[in-house]
Design a protein. Structure first.
Length: 162
């Protein structure tokens, strides 16, 4: 009986639900981010938040409004008051300029501090090889990042004349 009661409580029901959403964020008239998701739920419990229970894709744009990176995940939640977004389950980041792909299972995006990071295993694949790490720290646009405790096989260009 407790299960039935908790499932029918108002706090477990989203205030709003939207299907096949596409939200665009801009700054000074230029698109900086687009979010695409098959399902969005908005809750107004103690912490107002948006839930993406069927996954999402984020498109990051450069100043010329070209897509410079994408982030996909099978689940996401964004807390409106703290400006924190958390994505998890098969997270993939593509950096098109660097031709790199990052794979991990959990990422936190602190929009207030303009930082994206992970504290779990991460794999970076690039034309130079594959690196692994115990997490990473990145800027908000995913153009610069640092792997924590990096290890793996990769090619280093020697620019010195022989």
């Amino acid at each position: 009986m407790k299960t039935i009661t908790s499932l029918t409580l108002e706090e477990n029901i989203p205030l709003e639900t939207a299907k096949n959403i596409e939200a665009v964020y801009s700054d000074s008239g230029k698109i900086i981010l687009k979010i695409v998701s098959p399902l969005l739920n908005r809750y107004i419990k103690e912490d107002h938040y948006l839930e993406f229970p069927e996954g999402l894709t984020l498109y990051f744009y450069d100043s010329m409004m070209n897509v410079k990176a994408t982030l996909t995940a099978n689940y996401g939640v964004s807390w409106e008051e703290t400006n924190i977004m958390e994505v998890k389950d098969d997270v993939v980041i593509n950096n098109y300029d660097k031709q790199e792909v990052l794979n991990t299972e959990h990422i936190i995006w602190n929009r207030k501090e303009q930082k994206i990071f992970s504290n779990v295993f991460v794999k970076r694949t690039s034309p130079d090889g594959v690196l692994y790490g115990d997490g990473f720290d990145a800027n908000e646009s995913l153009t610069n990042y640092t792997l924590r405790n990096p290890h793996g096989v990769f090619t280093i260009q020697d620019n010195e004349p022989e």
